[in-house]
Design a binder for this molecule. Structure first.
Ligand code: CO8
Length: 375
């Protein structure tokens, strides 16, 4: 069967944190810590925390603000992480709630009913709990049929799920798949570390992937192919997990939230991603220059500039370009959802026959590309 993406949806959290607010909170936290540990700092046994800066953040990353589900806890210098109300087992969980919001929008955009969905892949860099699977809770809340499961490939979760959906529909096993990417990055970002406190934001994206012969939406994107690759790296890592208790490790240790060697990631992933896209296009006997739009993973402005330079020789400005739009400035890095937000917001102007590439890259390392053609 021919397979299409026939609708997308976006949940946008209610709160914005500007770089200025973020830096003010971090600097207040650093001052508090330094005052609290003044004796050790004076004795030379502890290094003082240094301030963050808006200029550094914008120059190093291209990020100007981020959306978050809860803001006060993140900006409280005595806390520095979001404050969520624990919910009882019979309430819809927070992650399912934002997933259902984005999913309903994607289903409506595709002109479908929730009952038409016969498989749900909830793909995200972190799940709220191990079980029951988020996807099964989402399935019930929507009133969808079939089955659902969760999958995690960090920043490449969405593209990897698109390949699973593409194959499920192509084989005839499923008719209409919901891929949904609830990214509550604020809960696993280390807001107390100036090296990374600016990087992430919360969001949820959703896509409907179905057989072309059942699609009725006016906006259809035929999937021409998908290509996934992984290569192990410790450069981006989070050691939080169910073994922590048994290992008697400190739940607040630095390695139990997101950490990375940003420079190393930048240097290693850029050539991998560019070569991956070029090779994937090559399997369809297509060159990067014929691609009308690249919806790239949104982690860092400089990374996307270099990838586009390598692919088509274009020097892309700080606000992205027509061929590779940027959403990083307003949403920050939203893990797996970034390239899908770009696809959601920047495709209306393409014409029948135009080619596009959705591409993610991140922890793992993992890279996933999806080549689509406007129908
Ligand atoms: N303010 C001021 N100065 C700072 C700050 C700050 N906030 N932070 C660092 N500095 C200083 C450093 O200490 C350093 O000082 P010195 O030169 O004296 O040592 C100097 O600024 C330069 O620091 P860096 O070398 O770290 O700066 P870079 O130019 O490399 O920029 C970036 C840092 C922005 C992190 C950059 O390296 C980058 O974006 N790299 C790519 C990273 C990337 O894309 N990672 C992908 C991760 S996402 C992913 O895969 C998903 C994971 C799962 C989701 C997790 C959700 C929480």
């Amino acid at each position: 069967h021919s397979v299409v993406i026939s609708g997308t949806g976006l949940y946008q959290p209610p709160h914005i944190i500007s770089n200025a607010e973020l830096v003010a909170a971090f600097n207040a936290y650093a001052d508090l810590q330094n005052a609290q540990h003044a004796d050790e700092i004076a004795a030379g046994t502890r290094a003082p925390l240094t301030h963050s800066s808006v200029e550094f953040i914008e120059k190093a990353s291209g990020i100007k603000q981020r959306y978050v589900i809860e803001k006060d806890g993140v900006l409280d210098p005595t806390r520095m992480y979001p404050r969520f109300q624990e919910r009882s087992d019979d309430q819809l969980s927070l992650m399912a709630e934002i997933a259902v919001d984005a999913a309903r929008k994607a289903i409506a955009a595709a002109g479908k009913q929730p009952a038409d969905v016969d498989a749900i892949f909830c793909a995200s860099a972190n799940m709220q709990r191990p079980y029951p699977a988020m996807a099964v809770e989402i399935q019930q809340a929507l009133g969808a049929s079939g089955y659902g499961f969760d999958m995690n490939v960090a920043c490449s979760s969405a593209t990897f799920a698109i390949e699973q959906a593409y194959n499920a529909v192509r084989s005839g096993a499923s008719k209409c798949v919901l891929v949904v990417n609830p990214e509550i990055t604020s809960a696993h970002l280390e807001w107390k570390d100036r090296d990374c406190h600016f990087i992430f934001g919360d969001v949820c994206t959703a896509l409907i992937i179905e057989r072309a012969d059942t699609a009725t939406s006016a906006d259809q994107w035929e999937i021409l192919g998908t290509k996934l690759v992984t290569q192990f790296s410790n450069a981006i890592r989070n050691n939080f997990g169910f073994m922590n208790r048994a290992e008697d490790s400190d739940p607040n240790a630095r390695d139990k939230t997101f950490k990375q060697e940003g420079r190393k990631v930048f240097k290693e992933v850029v050539p991998m991603a560019a070569a991956h896209i070029e090779a994937h296009l090559g399997t369809l006997e297509t060159a990067p220059a014929t691609v009308r739009r690249f919806w790239l993973h949104q982690a860092n402005l400089g990374m996307n500039q270099l990838i586009i330079k390598k692919l088509i020789g274009e020097s892309m400005g700080a606000s992205g370009s027509d061929v590779a739009p940027l959403i990083l400035d307003t949403y920050a890095n939203t893990a797996s959802a970034g390239s899908i937000i770009a696809f959601h917001e920047h495709r209306a102007d393409l014409k029948t026959g135009d080619l596009g590439v959705i591409c993610s890259f991140g922890a793992g390392y993992s890279i996933g590309s999806v080549i689509v053609k406007k129908r």
